[in-house]
Design a protein around this ligand. Structure first.
Ligand code: PGA
Length: 256
């Protein structure tokens, strides 16, 4: 399995800046067949970036989608529309969506179903808050989020999971290698229970990415952490230099 580098641009960049960043990242990754890269720009930038895509460029993903295919949902974008605009992937259940826009596990479940219906590959984001970690509930929280979101999911539907502890997102506080390894193991166990196969099961393998304050400095040790199949990077994906440095670490450091 190729290691995965995903960049979540969140609500940043205008078209000219996005084009320049995309081109720099694409040029830096050219010939780097050992990594799969997906960038998640704001929805308004999907179509113009997709129009200029060249073979071997990073793929594009939407940061969100509505779960209905169409209808009276002012301000929303369907999975079909995201796909039509050039997305191949979509983030589901990002902690900012959960926290700031009240998205629950059942909504994440409906969005996963919508993504599959539209032919998008969903990246399901899970993770505990600081209070939950302090109460030693991390394992239960991850199990609950995964179980509820994956209820009724077809066993071979394409899926990536991102473990993103809420307290590490955008804070500069990164989880330790031990915390990441342990959480990834719990996620893997839960995926196996959900019939999504242990690592290595042909055609059924779900990569698990780590996200939360990954940057050029901490990416090396994190990339060598067992169970880490890639990264979902926010802030450090907005500068080509830091993103490409993270890519270098990821390509260089698979676990032994
Ligand atoms: P961060 O964001 O790298 O800025 O912490 C990660 C994410 O939200 O996916």
């Amino acid at each position: 399995m190729k290691r995965i580098l995903a960049g979540n641009w969140k609500m940043n960049l205008l078209l000219a800046e996005a084009r320049a960043l995309f081109d720099e990242v694409a040029a830096g990754l050219r010939g780097r067949g050992d990594l799969a890269c997906v960038l998640f720009p704001p929805a308004t930038l999907l179509a113009p970036l997709a129009a200029a895509l060249r073979e071997g460029d990073p793929r594009l993903g939407a940061q969100n989608c509505h779960f209905e295919p169409k209808g009276a949902f002012t301000g929303e974008i369907s999975a079909e529309q995201a796909r039509d605009a050039g997305a191949s992937h979509v983030l589901v259940g990002h902690s900012e969506r959960r926290r700031l826009f009240c998205e629950s596990d059942p909504i994440a479940r409906q969005k996963l179903q919508a993504a599959w219906r539209a032919g998008l590959k969903p990246v399901l984001c899970v993770g505990e808050t600081l209070a939950e970690r302090e109460r030693r509930e991390t394992r239960d929280v991850l199990a609950r989020q995964l179980r509820r979101a994956l209820e009724g999911a077809p066993s071979r539907a394409p899926l990536w999971v991102a473990y993103e502890p809420v307290w590490a997102i955008g804070t500069g506080v990164v989880a330790t290698a031990e915390e990441v390894a342990e959480a990834h193991e719990w996620v893997r166990e839960e995926l196996t229970l959900a019939g999504r196969g242990a690592a290595g099961a042909a055609g059924n393998e779900v990569p698990i990415l780590y996200g939360g304050s990954v940057d050029a400095k901490n990416a090396g040790p994190l990339a060598r952490t067992p169970g880490v199949d890639g990264f979902l990077v926010g802030g450090a994906s907005l500068k080509a230099a830091s993103f490409l440095e993270i890519a270098r670490h990821l390509a260089a450091g698979p676990p032994d």
